[in-house]
Design a protein around this ligand. Structure first.
Ligand SMILES: [Mg+2]
Length: 170
């Protein structure tokens, strides 16, 4: 890189060269330098426009992405992923409730007359499924695991006074 002094000397060389030119050549040199300057300004403008176009393109891409996400939301504001997790939870809770119903009517050890696992195994499976659905909800941040645990501790204490048969053997 040139120092300021070197640049100044270059400029002075150019000035001396220009002063020594005959009048006709002076005009040609002026035209040459003004054309070169216009080309330099135009190139800088093109660079600026290219930058603006790239920025506008990025903004449009972001807007397009946001519109696509908004279009996927339902009237409730839920995303397809949130809806799917809630649907799985509802389905598994329903299946667990069905397994409880079978045990209440036929006992833990009975099973369907058409075969399959016992009602106890069926309930264990469905409770496991419910836990998976809950895990998905907490992992996604739909519900807060800490608040669920806090409620568990609170409920364990509060429900004790309303349970009349616990702690009396089987
Ligand atoms: Mg299930």
């Amino acid at each position: 890189m040139k120092t300021v002094k070197q640049l100044w000397l270059c400029v002075m060389d150019q000035v001396r060269w220009y002063v020594r030119l005959p009048a006709t050549q002076k005009r040609t040199a002026e035209l040459y330098f003004s054309a070169a300057e216009r080309a330099r300004v135009a190139a800088a403008e093109i660079d600026t426009l290219r930058g603006d176009a790239a920025r506008t393109g990025n903004e449009l891409d972001g807007l397009r992405q946001k519109l696509a996400q908004d279009a996927q939301r339902s009237f409730s504001g839920l995303t397809p992923a949130e809806t799917e997790r809630l649907a799985l939870l509802a389905e598994e809770l329903g299946e667990a409730a069905q397994a409880v119903g079978k045990i209440l009517r036929h006992g833990y050890q009975n099973s369907s007359p058409f075969g399959g696992p016992s009602n106890q195994v069926q309930l264990e499976r469905e409770l496991g499924d419910v836990k998976v659905a809950i895990d998905l909800l907490t992992a996604a941040g739909d519900v807060r695991a800490g608040d669920i645990h806090a409620r568990r501790r609170q409920k364990r204490r509060s429900v004790a006074r309303w349970l009349r048969h616990q702690g009396q053997g089987q």
